[in-house]
Ligand binder design. Structure first.
Ligand SMILES: [Ca+2]
Ligand SMILES: [Ca+2]
Ligand SMILES: [Ca+2]
Length: 370
């Protein structure tokens, strides 16, 4: 088992020590971890945090061979697990509830890996992929899933000839096969499906690109966005989440990549039911795409000194609790943050704030409409 140099590891040792102490009804003098062995801490450790009905947050890192799985069913009583994986640089991550399989973009080997039965893996488990794709992309970032199809975004880099591409894989349950590749005319990062349309952030910009009927395009096509929306107030967007139950679009703003304190989260409610249509009434057609703007007055922006947001690179939203989870790549070397659903723009303090070196992507195991 690899060592996990983080606060999580301490938390686990502390919890186990407290549980053992609770069983013994007393703390041994030598057991320094139990000097604060309060009843509430015992209750935390006694809870089963690897069950199939838990709300788990999956976390990738660019800087280590682990995947974090945090039970966030109760944000005040979380349980963290780490599993050891084959790659030391991971990005887009997705959990498929019906099959209990997790998928991750493996940037060490430039492929998609699948891991079976992750809900019940114990902390520290070392796992091998149950399936893997061929090695295809060179600078893979987010993945999006629609039915049996997995799409990986490749962002331009010298190693791939500065090409932006989409790689479409078909998942048969026993194999992950590349079936289509599309070239993109914009820099790529975050991705998510909204019905049959793919929403992709345009890296190095404040733009959101919408590709209608994305999967119906022919292999080898160069895709131009059907719609390109400028999200006012964003400097450089990376992460995206769309929640169909509440019609909420959430985007991250990394601002200046060199600053670990200037990040933000943008939340847009009633996105498809109202604001997209409102923006499209003023759309202009140019360069093969309709372009329009979502004004700041129709958004909520979370930023500032209380937020710990610097380079937020991914986001996911739990519509039942209203909690917004963020992978923060720069502040403190990497963090996982959670915020309550905002009533307006502001500088809120996170309700969950855990250092997680190199945090690159987050994904909740629930409410995946695809
Ligand atoms: Ca920044
Ligand atoms: Ca989501
Ligand atoms: Ca994500």
């Amino acid at each position: 088992m690899k060592k996990h140099h983080s606060v999580f590891a301490f938390f686990k040792i502390f919890s186990v020590a407290c549980m053992l102490a609770a069983l013994a009804f007393s703390c041994q003098k030598e057991d320094l971890a139990c000097t604060d062995c309060s009843e509430s801490n015992i209750a935390i450790s006694a809870r089963n945090h690897n069950s199939e009905d838990a709300t788990d947050l999956y976390i990738s890192t660019n800087t280590g061979g682990t995947i974090g799985i945090v039970d966030v069913t109760d944000i005040n009583n979380v349980g963290e697990r780490f599993i050891d994986v084959v790659n030391t640089d991971g990005d887009g991550i997705f959990y498929d509830q019906p099959s209990n399989v997790m998928y991750q973009v493996d940037r060490s080997n430039n492929r998609v890996n699948a891991y079976a039965a992750t809900t019940t893996l114990p902390n520290g488990a070392a796992v091998s992929p149950s399936m893997m794709s061929t090695s295809d992309f060179n600078n893979g970032r987010e993945m999006a899933v629609k039915g049996n199809f997995i799409v990986v975004a490749e962002d331009a880099a010298p190693g791939n000839g500065n090409m932006n591409r989409f790689y479409v894989y078909q998942n048969t349950g026993s194999s992950i096969s590349l079936v289509k590749t599309f070239n993109a005319t914009i820099n790529l990062w975050g991705l998510t499906f909204v019905g049959n349309n793919l929403y992709a952030v345009e890296d190095n910009s404040s733009n959101l690109a919408i590709y209608n009927n994305f999967l119906s395009n022919s292999d080898g096509s160069t895709l131009t966005p059907s719609v390109k929306l400028t999200i006012s107030g964003i400097v450089r967007t990376h992460g995206i989440d769309y929640n169909a139950e509440n019609d909420v679009l959430t985007l991250t703003d990394v601002g200046d990549a060199g600053s670990s304190t200037d990040g933000a989260i943008h939340v847009i409610t009633n996105f498809t039911s109202s604001k997209l249509g409102f923006a499209m009434r003023t759309a202009r057609y140019s360069g093969g795409a309709f372009t329009a703007t979502i004004p700041m007055s129709q958004q909520v922006r979370l930023s500032g000194s209380n937020t710990f947001l610097g380079n937020p690179v991914d986001v996911d939203y739990n519509y039942e609790t209203g909690e917004i989870f963020v992978a923060e790549r720069a502040n403190g070397g990497g963090r996982v943050l959670a915020f309550n659903f905002p009533s307006g723009s502001g500088n809120p303090t996170p309700i969950y704030n855990q250092t997680f070196a190199g945090a690159s992507a987050v994904h909740l195991n629930v409410y995946n409409v695809y």
